[in-house]
Design a protein around this ligand. Structure first.
Ligand SMILES: NC(=O)c1ccc[n+]([C@@H]2O[C@H](COP(=O)([O-])OP(=O)(O)OC[C@H]3O[C@@H](n4cnc5c(N)ncnc54)[C@H](O)[C@@H]3O)[C@@H](O)[C@H]2O)c1
Length: 337
């Protein structure tokens, strides 16, 4: 039984708590939050099976705890994570890893020094449909990836400190990097603030990768539609992953253009190919359950997390460059290694 303490049980943290608490090889021993109402709700929901505290030090000083889950706001992630790692706890931290690259590097160093795992909650990389899509790409079924684009829009939660870039795009960036299998070279970002001064409600990012592969991300909490969709265009096939679909999440389109030779000459010309649309069966597991189980299994079986600190840092570097580009009205910014 892996014993866990969690800090932050707000809108998202309560989902993490529910999933960790439901795992057979995990016991959520204690939950910390500075909001007394949140703690009362936890005690009521879990019948006092999970103890509560408003002091993070209680988690740090609890020698029975193997791990700490951090689901507070991003500006606190680095401090809590470094303290927990330094006290010998494994750490799961929600995205984004931190707000500054230097802080994230300190988190990674603390994990290494204390020989503890640091895992980032890049949830979509635990989504069975994203794994399936990756599988198709790895097996060459799409051919070479030309470009992909994602839309993450909703009339959603308006943040007071983070803009839509920091609040919404970490998932899309992590998926783009996973599918394309590399970090982008540069990013251009534009966006506008309509509801609050200087907090962009809508952003458009363009990531440029090696071999002219491009990824475009549109994210907004100020939109009439709820859309969570990725489109991947390959040289052989095209795929749409629509997370709003309840069962048919992936559609593979055998569509594209092929070069044909003119008989008897060296001329070539393009022909349109419009083949079948395939909807594969996907065995759905709640991605959050899969993610939480993975963290606990990593601790139990001493294997590094799939979304480790390096993965969190790589996405943070893109977010940081995108913020710089946003402030420069969309001027492309190179991503530092
Ligand atoms: N993976 C996802 O899909 C997903 C979705 C939403 C949010 N998130 C991430 O989860 C994190 C939390 O977001 P949220 O929407 O739950 O925020 P929230 O504001 O609803 O919850 C944060 C909680 O942390 C508590 N808290 C803050 N500072 C604290 C401190 N010093 N000590 C103790 N408790 C403290 C607050 O009281 C609150 O209950 C963020 O990093 C966010 O980006 C991830």
């Amino acid at each position: 039984m892996i014993k866990v303490g969690q800090i932050g049980a707000g809108a998202w943290g309560r989902n993490l708590l529910r999933n960790f608490a439901a795992l057979s090889n995990c016991q959520v021993k204690v939950c910390c939050d500075k909001d007394a109402k949140v703690l009362n709700a936890i005690r009521a929901q879990y019948n006092d099976k999970i103890s509560t505290t408003s002091r993070f030090e209680d988690l740090l000083g609890d020698n029975e705890l193997d791990a700490v889950v951090i689901a507070t706001l991003p500006q606190t992630h680095a401090d809590f994570a470094i303290k927990a790692l330094s006290c010998g706890k494994h750490v799961f931290v929600e995205k984004p890893l931190a707000l500054k690259v230097e802080d994230a590097e300190k988190m990674l160093a603390a994990a290494e020094k204390n020989k503890r795992f640091l895992m980032i909650g890049h949830l979509l990389l635990y989504h069975p449909a994203v794994r399936k899509l990756k599988d198709y790409i790895e097996h060459g079924q799409l051919g070479n990836i030309h470009y992909l684009y994602s839309t993450r829009v909703n009339l959603g939660q308006v943040r007071e400190i983070e803009n839509a870039l920091w609040s919404l795009t970490a998932h899309d960036i992590s998926v783009a990097m996973y599918l394309i299998n590399q970090s982008p070279l540069e990013v251009a970002a534009t966006g506008k603030a309509y509801l609050r001064e200087d907090i962009q409600d809508v952003v458009f990012l363009t990531l440029t990768f090696k071999n002219d592969i491009m990824a475009h991300i549109h994210a907004s909490w100020l939109d009439p539609h709820k859309v969570r969709k990725f489109t991947v265009v390959g040289s052989k096939k095209m795929v749409v992953f629509d997370d709003m679909e309840s069962s048919e999440k992936i559609r593979i389109y055998d569509k594209g253009y092929d070069w044909q030779k003119n008989a008897g000459t060296y001329d070539t010309f393009l022909t349109l190919r419009e083949g079948d649309i395939n909807i594969p069966r996907i065995d759905m597991v709640e991605p959050l359950k899969f993610e939480c189980q993975h963290f606990i299994d990593c601790i139990m079986y001493k294997k590094a997390p799939f979304t480790d600190g390096e993965n969190g840092l790589a996405v943070l570097r893109v977010l940081t460059a995108a913020q710089e580009s946003l402030e420069k009205n969309g001027k492309p910014v190179k991503i530092k290694k």
